[in-house]
Design a protein around this ligand. Structure first.
Ligand SMILES: [Zn+2]
Length: 383
């Protein structure tokens, strides 16, 4: 089927991101657990559109850098980034829940600072390694903070992305973590939030991306079906093995697993062009990213109907800027960013230059240039 794809309203989406950004620092004492994530999606939107430099001032970017660094907190379990300011004038050795670094926010803050081209001189790398280590639970999963057991595959992905950006995996028990990922794999080929859970698009992305981040670093990640039968790791094999000089990536899925996962992901593209998060559900713009990025990582992006996908995003655009999860819904920073990220990977054919984007890094979820900046400046060897 052929689709007529309306222009992407780039400046409207940039204006929406800027509006949401400027509202953020206004109320720093109220509890807003997703403030840092909202800032990241807005900055990421401007970065993907290539409008960060022209639509924001150096003064604003400097203020956002400063605000992000203010969220880096140190304590008994190491160093990370908290979701936002909240009654944190004085930190004690033990974190209060509101001031505790949070593993998802830490991943988010590192990428946000990379978007802002920070030099990362203020990053407490040793503290960050201790924090990630403290978040890992005995079953291989990761809590959002060292004192919580609210693990799911999102936290595993964030731990792996942080290790990848640090270029240092010594903080985590990689075999235990990949064993946990394997136990989240469903009979359909997708991954649930936790073992025995229903397969979902978001958690399938986090599983596939986490495994490939580790493989990219040369760590030995066996096929997922063999992981299910792995014996408990002894303490000597705590750290994932990495051959000296090994750079060739090995596939962390067997050919059968890969084919099964690709088939499940592709089945989520609906007749309207968008992806649903699970079979037989309505399409949602965020799942276009989660499923689309997982397919790219698995080398199956060519099977996605990119024109139908872009036509879906075009219908999700709000007339005053921003992209909603579905047509006729209200826009928000999360769905705006993820729609643009998906459009970066799947540009429609013949739809004009409003849909043109810079190359995208599917594993770290950032523009390639931003991902390269992170990989260049976050490792200890960069200081
Ligand atoms: Zn959504």
């Amino acid at each position: 089927m052929s689709y007529t794809v309306a222009p992407l309203a780039r400046s409207g989406h940039a204006a929406h991101a800027n509006r949401c950004l400027t509202a953020l620092p206004a109320s720093q004492v109220e509890l807003d657990p997703s403030k840092l994530a909202i800032a990241y999606y807005c900055l990421g939107t401007l970065d993907l559109l290539g409008l960060l430099q022209t639509k924001t001032s150096e003064r604003d970017r400097d203020a956002w850098r400063g605000w992000l660094w203010e969220q880096q907190t140190h304590g008994a379990h190491g160093t990370g980034f908290r979701p936002s300011h909240f009654m944190t004038v004085a930190l004690k050795d033990e974190y209060t829940d509101a001031s505790a670094p949070h593993i998802i926010m830490t991943y988010t803050a590192l990428l946000g600072l990379a978007i802002l081209r920070d030099d990362f001189k203020r990053l407490d790398r040793e503290g960050l390694r201790r924090f990630v280590r403290a978040c890992q639970l005995p079953d291989g999963s990761f809590g959002t903070t060292p004192t919580r057991t609210d693990a799911d595959l999102r936290t595993t992905y964030c731990a792996f992305a942080i290790c990848s950006m640090l270029d240092d995996w010594s903080a985590v028990d990689v075999p235990a973590a990949t064993g946990y990922i394997a136990r989240c794999r469903s009979f359909e080929g997708g991954y649930g939030q936790a073992p025995a859970g229903e397969a979902l698009g978001g958690t399938t992305y986090t599983a596939i991306a986490a495994l490939h981040l580790a493989a990219r670093s040369g760590l030995h990640i066996g096929p997922q079906d063999s992981q299910l039968h792995v014996a408990p790791q002894d303490s000597q094999s705590h750290v994932g093995s990495r051959e000296q000089g090994q750079t060739r990536e090995r596939s962390p899925l067997s050919p059968r697993e890969r084919a099964q996962t690709i088939r499940w992901l592709l089945a989520n593209q609906t007749s309207g062009g968008g992806f649903s998060g699970r079979i037989n559900k309505e399409a949602d713009a965020c799942y276009c990213f989660w499923c689309g990025a997982a397919l790219q990582i698995l080398g199956a992006g060519a099977f996605v109907d990119a024109d139908a996908l872009a036509a879906f995003f075009a219908r999700c655009q709000f007339k005053y800027g921003g992209i909603a999860k579905a047509p006729d819904e209200h826009p928000d920073p999360y769905h705006t960013y993820l729609s643009l990220a998906a459009a970066s990977m799947y540009p429609p054919t013949g739809a004009g230059e409003t849909w043109a984007f810079e190359p995208f890094d599917c594993l770290l979820n950032a523009r390639v240039e931003t991902a390269q900046w992170a990989r260049m400046h976050i490792p200890a060897s960069s200081t």
